[in-house]
Design a binder for this molecule. Structure first.
Ligand SMILES: Cc1ncc(COP(=O)(O)O)c(C=O)c1O
Length: 384
């Protein structure tokens, strides 16, 4: 996508909402079907306390479902039930053959509903499916699943200015009769959505603390760089241990030597060093965050800062770090006030009690683009 403003997802055929029986093939809209699509988009907003939403599941009306069987994808359709009956032998239940993505839709200042870089989520899911021997979800199916689910649940998209957004969860699981350790005979791709507020308590741009605990998130040549469900079951205990230490989230060091910074449980790390450079840890076991890649681009292009991706030896370099931030779809950019490691709390900007100016600038830039308040020269935002 080039040029200014946000691109549209028009290259993906639109299926009339609520007319699943229409089938999916080449699309010819009947007038009353087009009206149904527009009605969904203009439906009155749900009566929610948008400004006080947490990051938890709220059931909406419709979700998208497609099946892969005998090497072929079904066309996919919107379904009403949030339940998913699966065979008891499904590989997702026993061997964690499962992967997912997470992105957000926001209401823009002009009323459009904007997605942020969904193409990167699609590409990342493609890498994950290869690693887990799952079938690739074709880009058109991935995008249509997102687009249809968001449009069908437009009444759940938080209004502009509420501070909330619509979290979108595409996922793929191995299902069907099976016993031995092998890829599943069938796969189900689903997309559901839920309106959400801030991921960390405190809301908006508020300080969080992280703690290094004695557990690894990933192995050196394991699944760290992939959005595999298995990574997250393993991280539950680390998060719990971090919380017991008074932090919001675990911070991981490299699994081979425990010297180099990796990432937090659900966010990558961006540092502003005292020498003025913006540094992000480089490692083969970090999830390539869409948010982090965007923030690094904005730091270089808009703020004119020097940006570097390199290994960061935490204890050796901690005194050189001025601002420490965690970034991700859910976390957006969360300033990190303190990091606990080996019984010591290391404090960053303002003695760990203030938000650093560069973190604030990056947050403002990123969220302004996501909400269509600032020109998007990169073509990152796409109206559904
Ligand atoms: C382990 C991990 N790291 C980083 C991120 C941030 O990635 P993104 O910016 O693509 O949301 C996530 C989730 O979103 C994550 O689960």
């Amino acid at each position: 996508m080039s040029g200014h403003g946000h691109g549209r997802l028009l290259q993906y055929p639109k299926v009339p909402i609520g007319f699943a029986g229409h089938g999916l093939g080449p699309l010819v809209f009947l007038n009353h079907e087009l009206a149904a699509v527009e009605n969904e988009m203009n439906a009155p907003k749900k009566d929610l306390d948008w400004g006080n939403l947490g990051f938890s599941y709220i059931e909406t009306e419709l979700r998208f479902s497609a099946r892969w069987r005998d090497g072929v994808w079904s066309e996919g359709e919107l379904v009403a039930s949030a339940e998913m009956p699966v065979h008891e032998g499904s590989t997702v239940l026993h061997y964690a053959q499962s992967c997912f993505e997470g992105l957000k839709a926001q209401t823009a200042v002009n009323g459009d509903i904007l997605l942020f870089r969904p193409d990167l989520n699609c590409a990342r899911m493609g890498r994950t499916t290869q690693r887990l021997l799952m079938p690739q979800v074709p880009e058109a199916l991935f995008m249509r699943g997102i687009q249809e689910t968001v449009r069908a649940n437009a009444a759940w998209v938080p209004p502009y200015g509420s501070g909330a957004s619509l979290y979108i969860r595409p996922f793929l699981v191995g299902v069907g009769e099976n016993l031995g350790l092998r890829p599943a005979p069938e796969f189900e791709f689903r997309v559901f959505v839920s309106p959400v507020g801030p991921y960390y308590k405190g809301g908006g741009l508020s300080l969080i603390d992280l703690a290094v605990v004695d557990l690894d998130r990933a192995a050196p040549k394991g699944l760290g760089a992939f959005k595999a469900g298995a990574n997250y079951a393993g991280g539950l205990m680390a998060t719990q241990m971090a919380k017991e230490l008074g932090a919001q989230e675990a911070l991981y060091l490299d699994p081979a030597e425990h010297r180099f910074l990796e990432e937090a449980g659900s966010a990558n790390i961006v540092l502003k060093m005292k020498d003025g450079t913006i540094v992000t840890p480089e490692s083969e076991s970090i999830l390539p965050s869409v948010t982090r890649r965007s923030v690094m681009t904005l730091a270089a292009d808009v703020l004119g800062m020097k940006t570097v991706a390199r290994p960061v030896e935490f204890l050796k370099e901690v005194a050189d770090i001025e601002e420490f931030a965690a970034c991700g779809t859910a976390a957006v950019i969360s300033p990190v006030g303190r990091v606990r490691s080996e019984d010591t709390w290391h404090r960053f900007y303002g003695n760990g009690e203030a938000i650093g100016p560069v973190t604030q600038q990056l947050y403002d830039l990123l969220t302004a683009i996501q909400k269509g308040e600032r020109e998007d020269p990169y073509g990152w935002t796409h109206a559904v």
